[in-house]
Design a protein around this ligand. Structure first.
Ligand SMILES: [Zn+2]
Length: 489
């Protein structure tokens, strides 16, 4: 009896200790949000709105079939910039790279410092045939109605180009002098891969030995109700983007008549291979940018959620299990497998001699294309199935405990005081990845507060932005430049 009592007592003491330690952990979690400085930027709203509205009217459309691109619209757009931003064209060095890539250099006062870069793109995706009539305002009208600017590119991403130029023009007007050089770089084919635009700009700057402290591109925005347990809007800065791979699984072998099939046919074997991959899945692990996201938002969560994340040493497996239950959060912590094409057979009574499947995978930083190939081969364990994998590796992962990240985070907080600003992992590709070789860090952030409907409108119908958001975006870019100026490195 006595022995049981002491075991019970010991257990109670241990449980008590566990609760005390974990609660203390929870209560001592420190916020990673910098105190906002007041953004003292007063923009000439009417002029700024006119500029974005006009910018939208140029049909700088990227088509996969490059022969369809109308470059006269791009020329007109460039002329429009020159007329609209006279101080920039007078005071910054301007050059065109590969005809339509635009690079502006704002010389700093301290040549010992490495530059920073602000980038964006002025090409837009086409309006899908047959959807024109669904637009409440014509897609290239640039209509401004009741505080909303309408049109293709209003969010993706002429707001970036015009927002950055507007901010620099404002700072020039105030006779602001940056200490480090600031580059503004605008691509013209981001929507079709960026090979002619961003990629050529990077090559040109690389030859000159330029190395950025950070480059800021479009990316995550400020969204509400995205992270459970956080009431405030959350602004997410992409510190890396996932890789994208296309895996092809194919098998060839005897076909034959369907009246006397083997136990395992070509279709059956490819199907079984895919089923094995789906059953196995890549391991999900809370690490890297996915983990950073929670490190930054956890201190702002309600007690229950904060308790779990503050005691990750204990709860990590549970957190991972929960994250893996939803596709969106699962994608944050593992390489994803999406079979997208299956091809086999032509006739109902003939066994196909070939069968193949295409799988689209999005790679976590750390999972390389060759890892992925090996994972597929090991998992399907069928020597007759040929596996090829090609694609793009995940981008470099940028720092979050650095002055470079803090500059972008601080600027976002200065403008969006109530938002929690955190790093995250982007699933989609962007031009930012191209800058990896010439930048210590690349950050991806679109400084607007948007809803999930806004996101759908970006490449869809009725793309638009509120004047309020747009003005805040301009202020954000001005703040990034000002905040980067104070840094001693
Ligand atoms: Zn874009």
């Amino acid at each position: 009896m006595k022995k049981w009592k002491s075991i019970l007592l010991l257990t109670a003491v241990l449980v008590g200790l566990f609760i005390i330690v974990t609660v203390i952990n929870t209560l001592t979690v420190k916020s990673k949000q910098p105190t906002p400085h007041t953004a003292k930027v007063s923009i000439n709203e009417k002029q700024a709105v006119d500029h974005l509205s006009k910018a939208i009217t140029y049909k700088t459309i990227s088509y996969e079939d490059r022969s369809k691109i109308d470059f006269s619209e791009f020329d007109k757009f460039i002329n429009f910039l020159q007329v609209s931003f006279p101080k920039i064209y007078r005071q910054l060095e301007f050059e065109k790279v590969n005809h339509y890539g635009l690079v502006y250099k704002w010389k700093g006062t301290d040549s010992s410092k490495h530059p920073i870069g602000l980038t964006s793109h002025y090409d837009v995706v086409p309006v899908l045939k047959g959807t024109e009539a669904n637009w409440k305002q014509p897609p290239f009208s640039g209509a401004v109605l009741n505080g909303i600017i309408w049109g293709r590119g209003s969010l993706d991403d002429k707001i970036g180009v015009i927002g950055i130029l507007q901010a620099v023009e404002y700072l020039l007007d105030k006779e602001f002098k940056p200490d480090r050089d600031i580059y503004l770089m605008f691509g013209f084919d981001e929507e079709i891969g960026g090979d002619e635009g961003a990629s050529m700009i990077v090559n040109t700057l690389k030859e000159r030995g330029i190395k950025f402290e950070f480059v800021l591109d479009e990316g995550g925005a400020i969204v509400e109700n995205m992270v459970p347990g956080v009431k405030a809007p959350v602004g997410v800065i992409g510190v890396s983007e996932k890789g994208s791979a296309t895996a092809k699984l194919s098998i060839e072998g005897s076909g034959g008549h369907s009246s006397q099939p083997k136990d395992h046919t070509n279709i059956g074997r490819i199907a079984s291979a895919i089923a094995k991959l789906e059953d196995t899945q890549f391991k999900g692990e809370l690490k890297g940018p996915g983990n950073d996201l929670f490190e930054f938002v956890a201190p702002e969560m309600n007690f229950g959620m904060k308790y779990v994340f503050a005691n990750k040493m204990v709860f990590k497996p549970l957190i991972e299990k929960i994250l893996l239950q939803q596709p969106a959060s699962a994608a944050l912590i593992r390489t994803t497998i999406a079979p997208t094409i299956f091809q086999a057979g032509e006739q109902y009574n003939a066994l196909p001699e070939q069968a193949s499947a295409i799988i689209n995978l999005r790679l976590m930083p750390g999972d390389s294309l060759s890892n992925v190939k090996k994972f597929i081969e090991d998992t399907i364990d069928d020597k007759d199935i040929k596996v090829t994998v090609e694609g793009t590796e995940a981008s470099k992962v940028s720092t979050v405990d650095s002055w470079q990240f803090k500059t972008v985070q601080q600027a976002a907080r200065n403008v969006y005081n109530h938002a929690v600003v955190a790093p995250y992992l982007m699933f989609a590709g962007s031009d930012a990845r191209q800058y990896d070789p010439i930048s210590k860090n690349t950050y991806r952030f679109l400084p607007v507060q948007i809803t999930s409907e806004d996101l759908n409108r970006m490449h869809g119908t009725n793309e638009r932005v509120s004047v309020k958001n747009y003005i805040k975006a301009i202020k954000f870019y001005a703040e990034v430049i000002k905040e980067s100026n104070k840094k001693t490195e």
